[in-house]
Design a protein around this ligand. Structure first.
Ligand code: F6P
Length: 341
C-alpha cells in the first residue's frame, strides 16, 4: 500500500532555458527501458530540444560517451528488451573525481539536464550529483524488482512477472508428472514483489520473501498439511533474498532431511527474468514516464522521480523514492495463504 506522497521541487533559475537533455540507463537492465528512451527522445523532439543518449550509464557520462539521438534513432525499439544505451555499474562515479569528470563532460557537450532510468543505485548517484553540482536531474523507475517508493509499478516489473509465471507453469507440468516438490528461486535481492505476485499468479503452495520470516518449521508443517490434504506435487517460490537466510539449495536440503516424502528439485530462474520483449503494460508505462520526465525538466523540476500511482502520473522526491519502502501487501499475503489450501 502506498503512503501519500508529498511533493517537493527544487526550482532552477528561469533565465537559463534547457536546450539539450541527456538520458542514460544504469544498474540492472529491465524490459521497457528502450520504450522509455524512445519516449524521452521523441518528447524532446516534440518540444524542440535536443536529446543526447549516454552509453553505459554513469561510466559513459564520465567518459563523454554520447550520441545525439533523433526521433528516427529510436525507431523499432519499443518492442525490444534490454537497453540500446547499455547499462553499467560505475565504481568511478562513486568517487568525487569521477563525478567532477562527469559534470565536465555534460558542460562541454552543452547539456542542461539529465534523465536517469534505473533503480535505487541509479537514483542515489543522481542525488549525489544534484547535491554537488546543482545539476537538474529527473529519475524514471526502471527495475524488475518494483522496490521503488512513489510508483505503483516500476518499468520491467510486469514483464518479469509474466516471464516468471510462464516458467513456473512449465515447471508445474513436470512437477505434477513426477510428484515432485520444486523450489523455484526468483529475483528480488531485497524485495519480495516478484516472488509474492508470481507465486499467487502461478498457484504456488508456499512463497518465501525477504520482508517476512515465515520460519522453517512452519514450512515443514505446511508441506505436511499439503500432503495430508492429498497434494502430490508442490511449488515453493523463493525470493533470492528471502528472510530465512538460506540459499534455495540449503532450503531444499533441509526439507529433504526433515520431510523425505517428496522427490525434491531446485530451479533458479536467474537472469532470464530480466530479458525479453516488454509487455504492453510496461511499454505504456515507459512511454508515459518518458514524456513526463521531459515535461518535468521543462517545468524546472529536479531531484524528483516520475511515477504512476492510481493511474495518475506523479512526482516524488528522489530521496523518498529510495529510502521509503513500497510495502508488501498484507492482503496479498492472505490471498496466497487462502488460495494455496
Ligand atoms: O535488477 C535487479 C536485480 O534483478 C536483483 O533482483 C538481482 O539481485 C540483481 O538485479 C542481480 O543483478 P546483477 O546480476 O546485474 O548483479
Amino acid at each position: 500500500m502506498h503512503l501519500k506522497v508529498t511533493l517537493h521541487y527544487i526550482f532552477l533559475p528561469m533565465n537559463e532555458p534547457i536546450k539539450k537533455i541527456a538520458v542514460l540507463t544504469s544498474g540492472g537492465d529491465a524490459p521497457g527501458m528502450n520504450a522509455a528512451i524512445r519516449a524521452v527522445v521523441r518528447a524532446c523532439t516534440y518540444y524542440r530540444i535536443e536529446c543526447v543518449g549516454v552509453y553505459r550509464g554513469y561510466q559513459g557520462l564520465i567518459e563523454g560517451d554520447f550520441e545525439l539521438l533523433s526521433a528516427r534513432h529510436v525507431s523499432n525499439i519499443i518492442n525490444k528488451g534490454g537497453t540500446i544505451l547499455k547499462s553499467a555499474r560505475s565504481n568511478e562515479f562513486r568517487t568525487v573525481e569521477g563525478r567532477v569528470k562527469a559534470h565536465n563532460s555534460l558542460k562541454e557537450a552543452g547539456i542542461g539536464a539529465l534523465i536517469v532510468i534505473g533503480g535505487d543505485g541509479t537514483f542515489t548517484g543522481g542525488l549525489r550529483f544534484i547535491e554537488e553540482f546543482n545539476f537538474p536531474i529527473v529519475g524514471i523507475p526502471g527495475t524488475i524488482d518494483n522496490d521503488i517508493y512513489g510508483t505503483d509499478n516500476t518499468i520491467g516489473y510486469d514483464t518479469a512477472l509474466n516471464t516468471v509465471v510462464e516458467a513456473i507453469d512449465k515447471i508445474r507440468d513436470t512437477a505434477s508428472s513426477h510428484n515432485r516438490l520444486f523450489f523455484i528461486e526468483v529475483m528480488g535481492r531485497d524485495a519480495g514483489f516478484i516472488a509474492l505476485n508470481s507465486g499467487i499468479g502461478a498457484g504456488a503452495e508456499e512463497i518465501l520473501i525477504p520482508e517476512k520470516d515465515l520460519g522453517l518449521d512452519r514450512l515443514v508443517e505446511s508441506l505436511k498439511n499439503s500432503k495430508e490434504k492429498g497434494k502430490t506435487s508442490s511449488i515453493i517460490v523463493v525470493s533470492e533474498g528471502d528472510k530465512i537466510g538460506k540459499s534455495v539449495f540449503e532450503l531444499a536440503d533441509y526439507i529433504n532431511e526433515n520431510f523425505p516424502f517428496y522427490d525434491i528439485r531446485v530451479s533458479v530462474l536467474g537472469h532470464m527474468q530480466r530479458g525479453g520483449s516488454p509487455s504492453c503494460f510496461d511499454r505504456v508505462l515507459a512511454s508515459r514516464l518518458g514524456v513526463a520526465a521531459v515535461e518535468a525538466l521543462l517545468d524546472r523540476s529536479t531531484g524528483i522521480m516520475v511515477g504512476v500511482t492510481n493511474n495518475q502520473v506523479t512526482k516524488v522526491d528522489l530521496d523518498k523514492a529510495i529510502k521509503m519502502n513500497n510495502d508488501i501487501s498484507l492482503e496479498l499475503l492472505k490471498v496466497a495463504e487462502i488460495t494455496s489450501i
